[in-house]
Design a protein around this ligand. Structure first.
Ligand code: SAM
Length: 177
């Protein structure tokens, strides 16, 4: 099981980027996202998207982030440009017995406690960039790209096409899938 914890979400300023963090989490193999600040708009967006595109991705906003980290029974990873090299860290985590994974990403400055409480601080390159990019690359490496094979079984399925857009509807005329 993979969960993502988004810290420092400011509903007014970060709505779009936190939504992207949630979308990447869902698409790249995570099962749920926790967002520290309450934001019903993001909850609605992801619920509606999952209704159409499927899957059982969960969104919880307004959570006590520190409690989640302190009570996490698996591995806690914090993505930060100051962390251990991505390849080194991912190889080491994969060698351990499989455990649930909590991946923390920040918005602005992440409080020092999270660096200390995490089992791993991991950098995706040592340049500052984006939580969306860092999360996508990390999840891709951590799942060996297997997120691409995940079946979501939604109301609609996109058929990969070289040209144009092809979408199959999985809902019958009586509304059943
Ligand atoms: N100045 C902030 C700090 O000191 O933490 C960085 C803000 S950055 C825009 C937002 C988030 O993107 C960070 O909290 C981190 O999770 C992620 N991030 C940015 N660059 C990263 C990198 N090179 N490696 C891993 N994560 C990164």
């Amino acid at each position: 099981m993979i969960a993502v914890l988004r810290l420092g979400h400011r509903p007014f300023r970060d709505k779009r980027i936190t939504t992207h963090v949630a979308l990447v989490s869902r698409a790249f193999g995570a099962d749920e996202i926790y967002i520290d600040t309450k934001d019903e708009g993001i909850e609605r967006t992801l619920t509606s998207l999952s209704q159409r595109f499927g899957g059982s991705f969960k969104v919880q906003t307004g959570v006590n982030a520190l409690n989640i980290v302190k009570n996490w029974s698996g591995v806690v990873v914090h993505l930060t440009m100051y962390g251990e090299t991505l390849s080194k860290a991912v190889d080491a985590i994969k060698k351990e017995a499989p455990r649930d994974l909590l991946v923390i990403v920040g918005a602005e400055k992440v409080p020092p406690q999270y660096y200390e409480l995490s089992d791993w601080n991991i950098s995706v390159g040592t340049q500052p960039h984006s939580e969306v990019a860092a999360l996508a690359v990390f999840l891709d490496r951590m799942t060996n790209g297997s997120w691409q094979e995940k079946q979501f079984n939604g109301e609609m399925t996109i058929i990969p096409s070289r040209q144009g857009k092809q979408v199959a509807s999985n809902v019958g005329s009586n509304g059943e899938r």
